[in-house]
Design a protein around this ligand. Structure first.
Ligand SMILES: Cc1ncc(COP(=O)(O)O)c(C=O)c1O
Length: 394
């Protein structure tokens, strides 16, 4: 069964992903099953989209109901779900804001780049971002991504982007000139290795943006929707952006992206400047509303903090016994463990032991577990990781 499906991919699907030979069939919470019926524990559900686990019941129910009622209408008309989702997100920022909806993180960042450029008119179009950032694969977001390996062969990129080290305010200030319109930063770098911002960094970015009248964009595609224990990671630092971009967990696994912008920044996005045919469709919006309801009704913001602490304790305790562990970086359900060796063999060994994890930047083991992971599941996975790391021969 699995091999037949893998053969279909070989024949008919462009091989632009590195895939493990595992064909998944169904999931529930932090568990997934393959087509042979083998069960796996998933510490990386949906590459960050499964923040409330696989097939969260309220999302499943909301989508089922909506799909039988109205699947898609264009943004020529009003629908209740999009307005309600806009309100739900805006109210949770603490600084208000209006929303634009699309289908993915890269699209959300494209819209943010347009807002920045439209606000920079006349004359200002440059955007300062950071090395090791990840903002997406479409050309604007790709140009914003400060990692040359993703640019190779695709140049020329969109003009106007410059990159400075994450956490370095002096370098950021030095990169701003008369043509700069925005700063764009992930509050915690995700793909870049779960890099936490140094004290005062986000506050300093806000001050620079205010001083130079720049749009401050926080890319919260990975950190948003409660993953770090607050709705948005920037809320830990009390630093409001002008634009925050979202996707991944927003729809509880259903494809939806969007941004929230202050009314002053959003004002420039007028009819004709931007659009997405599927953006804010009824199914996506109902799924996102059910995701928010789940996080609140089940107390998952607090749970995310508790999960982070338990992971931290487990890895810090192991660190003393395992020289492979160089650093442990945790913010809620965003966990990075820097290893002294390449992480790929660790991922492969975990897969054999039926635990799904990720490695980013070669040596950073990245876990983005669901906020409703139980203590028993957490310990089960950590026991596997512990034995894999301790047994690993560099
Ligand atoms: C911070 C951040 N921004 C943007 C993106 C791109 O999102 P998508 O793959 O939905 O386009 C990602 C994806 O990993 C991300 O982590």
């Amino acid at each position: 069964m699995s091999q037949a499906i893998i053969d279909l991919f070989k024949a008919y699907v462009i091989p632009n992903y590195t895939r493990f030979p595992l064909v998944l069939d169904h999931g529930e919470g932090s568990r997934v099953w393959d087509t042979e019926g083998t069960r796996y524990l998933d510490f990386f559900p949906g590459w960050g989209c499964g923040l409330i686990g696989h097939c969260p019941p309220r999302v499943v129910e909301a989508v089922r109901e909506q799909v039988g009622k109205l699947i898609h209408v264009p943004n020529t008309w009003y629908i209740a779900a999009q307005g309600e989702l806009g309100q739900a997100l805006s109210e949770r920022t603490g600084w208000g804001g209006q929303c634009f909806f699309c289908n993915s993180g890269t699209e959300a960042n494209e819209a943010a780049i347009k807002i920045a450029r439209l606000n920079g008119k006349p004359g200002r179009y440059k955007i300062v971002t950071t090395f090791n950032s990840f903002h997406g694969r479409t050309f604007g977001a790709l140009s914003a991504t400060g990692q040359p390996k993703y640019h190779e062969g695709l140049e020329p990129l969109l003009a106007g982007f410059s990159y400075v080290p994450f956490g370095n305010l002096e370098a950021t200030a030095a990169a701003i000139d008369d043509e700069t319109c925005a700063l764009m930063v992930e509050p915690i770098q995700g793909e870049g290795g779960i890099n936490l911002p140094p004290a005062g960094y986000l506050e300093g970015l806000r001050a620079l943006a205010d001083k130079h009248k720049l749009i401050l964009i926080f890319d919260e595609v990975q950190t948003g929707m409660g993953r770090t224990g607050k709705w948005f990671a920037h809320q830990h630092f009390g630093v409001p952006p002008d634009v925050v971009t979202l996707a991944k967990a927003l729809g509880g696994g259903v494809a939806v992206g969007g941004l929230i912008a202050t009314p002053a920044a959003a004002e420039k996005l007028k009819p004709g400047t931007h659009a997405a045919t599927f953006g804010g469709n009824p199914i996506a919006c109902r799924a996102a509303l059910a995701t928010i309801e789940t996080i609140e009704a089940d107390g998952l913001l607090d749970r995310a903090v508790a999960i982070g602490e338990r992971f931290r304790q487990r890895f810090e305790a192991l660190r003393g016994r395992c020289p492979l562990i160089q650093d442990v970086r945790v913010k809620g359900c965003m966990i990075g463990v820097e290893l002294a060796v390449e992480g790929k063999p660790i991922v492969e060994e975990c897969l054999k032991r039926r635990l799904l994890i990720n490695v980013t930047h070669g040596t950073v083991m990245r876990l983005l577990p669901a906020m409703n992971l139980s203590d028993a599941e957490l310990d089960e996975g950590c026991d596997i990781l512990e034995s894999v790391l301790l047994a690993h021969k560099a």
